[in-house]
Design a protein around this ligand. Structure first.
Ligand SMILES: CC(C)(COP(=O)(O)OP(=O)(O)OC[C@H]1O[C@@H](n2cnc3c(N)ncnc32)[C@H](O)[C@@H]1OP(=O)(O)O)[C@@H](O)C(=O)NCCC(=O)NCCS
Length: 157
């Protein structure tokens, strides 16, 4: 059977699935208000479906700086794909969707925090044109023993 990977919206009816995916894949937990806010970010939050099964998701926020001298950025808050469904291009498809949105919105930078120990993700972003930036000490309060994160960022042309 041919594999079909499609992206679709996160809605009040399926937001519980996002909770499940994030809780299985990610070491951080997110509050009820975070999930509620997810429903307000439009194209900056998407599910990925593998033959109609929701197996991954991305959730970003638009960061508008207080001063007009700084640029608006898109921040990737979560990107998660269930492990049996990795290496099918799902993560790339979710990320490409966000880069496309950045272009449409004239946003020049997309960035996220990656745990320093998560070398797979650091390399994964690196192969997709992200640069490793600042080290943020103690970013992951509940991780043990390493709590630091790198900011990885990509310029959008
Ligand atoms: C990082 C993560 C989102 C990547 O998801 P994914 O769906 O496996 O990503 P992709 O399939 O697009 O890419 C993974 C590899 O599979 C390969 N791949 C892509 N499509 C493929 C296909 N159709 N067939 C075989 N391999 C494929 C890619 O080449 C890629 O390798 P590369 O980086 O050397 O190019 C996933 O591993 C994950 O959820 N990790 C845990 C959470 C995490 O670390 N999140 C990121 C930090 S916030």
């Amino acid at each position: 059977m041919a594999i079909e990977i499609e992206l679709d919206d996160i809605t009040p009816n399926n937001i519980g699935v996002l909770r499940r995916i994030n809780s299985v894949v990610l070491p951080t937990s997110y509050s009820d208000s975070w999930y509620k806010d997810t429903l307000t970010v439009g194209e900056l939050a998407k599910f990925a479906f593998f033959n109609e099964i929701p197996v991954g998701a991305i959730r970003c926020s638009l960061e508008t700086p207080p001063s007009h001298k700084e640029e608006t950025k898109i921040y990737i808050m979560t990107l998660a794909v269930l492990s049996p469904y990795r290496e099918y291009g799902i993560g790339t498809k979710l990320l490409e969707h966000i880069i496309e949105q950045a272009k449409k919105m004239y946003v020049k930078e997309v960035y996220c925090h990656v745990w320093t120990e998560n070398t797979d993700a650091l390399e994964w972003y690196n192969r997709r044109g992200f640069e490793q930036g600042e080290l943020v000490k103690g970013y992951y309060k509940k991780m043990d023993p390493a709590r630091d994160a790198y900011i990885v960022h990509k310029k959008v042309e």
